[in-house]
Design a protein around this ligand. Structure first.
Ligand code: 5RP
Length: 290
């Protein structure tokens, strides 16, 4: 039987005080379910509205590429500085300590390597994403690639259907085919296609005119870093992207291939969350560098 001893009547009903209006800090999510918003809030900081996602999923296509030879040595020390970890299920399970409570954006498509036809991918089962307690799933979309466009958009739609059943957001990752012109027109198209098909986050590449890419995408856009650049250039890329409205970065090589990845991710954080200018951020990098 319930304990009925000393049950006190409520007294503070706030009569005359309007119920608090809730606003959500992530673009385009107002109409979403609580669970999906809660997952997005684990990724995107409430104060800046932005995120530093650390991408280390490259091995699923590239194998042990430079900087990812040993996840325990190369990536685990960076996790405390990331807002979200983007990796594959094999690496998350084998190499990221389960006690790490950073949200995971799970690479959820698979099926090809750099040795064969790229982007000819299919989805992993969403049940495994649930078992891994992920905050989001990530799926590649090859807009404009004749052979893979339809199948990769179908993958995204299927992932969103599965994600919506459990309120797991899906990040659409725009893969750029070799024949595509990497301009704002193309990235605006590819990003918008991801959002139209239900992606809650879009990952794409920075380009001139990026403010247009962000403006016409109704959900947060984060940028990939692309190939390794000198640290100052990578910080400039982050700065320009967030100033154009990007909701942060999902960066890999420019962090884990840096001469000092721990210093670099902290400098990237300062740019993304504090709008630190590149000249100051490179100074921070140099000060933190071992
Ligand atoms: C490619 C990916 C990679 O994770 C991503 O592009 C890597 O980031 P970076 O370009 O910064 O190394 O999603 O499909």
């Amino acid at each position: 039987m319930a304990d009925v001893d000393d049950i006190r009547d409520g007294r503070n009903f706030g009569i005359g005080v309007d119920i608090a209006k809730q606003t959500f800090h992530v673009k385009g999510m107002e109409g979403s379910d609580w669970g999906l918003k809660n997952r997005m809030a684990r990724i995107f900081d409430r104060n800046s509205g932005r995120a530093v996602m650390l991408a280390f999923d490259h091995g699923f296509l590239m194998g042990p590429t430079s900087g990812l030879e040993r996840i325990d040595l190369n990536i685990v020390p960076l996790t405390e500085y990331a807002d979200c970890l983007m990796g594959t299920r094999g690496i998350i399970r084998s190499s990221i300590p389960a006690a790490c409570t950073k949200p995971v954006c799970l690479r959820s498509d698979t099926g090809t390597t750099i040795l064969t036809q790229m982007n000819d991918n299919l989805l992993i089962c969403e049940e495994d994403a649930i078992r891994l307690n992920v905050a989001a799933m990530a799926v590649m979309v090859a807009v404009g690639e004749k052979e893979n466009e339809a199948s990769t958009i179908a993958n995204l739609s299927q992932a969103v259907d599965a994600g919506m059943r459990y309120s797991i957001p899906v990040m659409g990752v725009t893969a750029v085919g070799k024949d595509m012109v990497r301009d704002a027109r193309y990235f605006a198209l590819a990003s918008r296609v991801c959002a139209e098909n239900g992606a809650s986050i879009v990952k794409t590449y920075f380009t001139e005119g990026f403010e247009k890419v962000v403006a016409c995408c109704p959900v947060p856009v984060v940028i990939a870093g692309g190939k390794k650049l000198p640290e100052l250039e990578a910080l400039e890329l982050c700065y320009q992207a967030v100033q154009c409205g990007a909701a942060g970065v999902d960066m890999g090589r420019n962090v884990f291939q840096s001469e000092d990845p721990v210093a670099m991710i902290q400098a990237v954080r300062a740019v993304v969350h504090e709008n630190m200018k590149p000249a100051q951020a490179i100074q921070l990098f140099n000060d933190l560098k071992k």
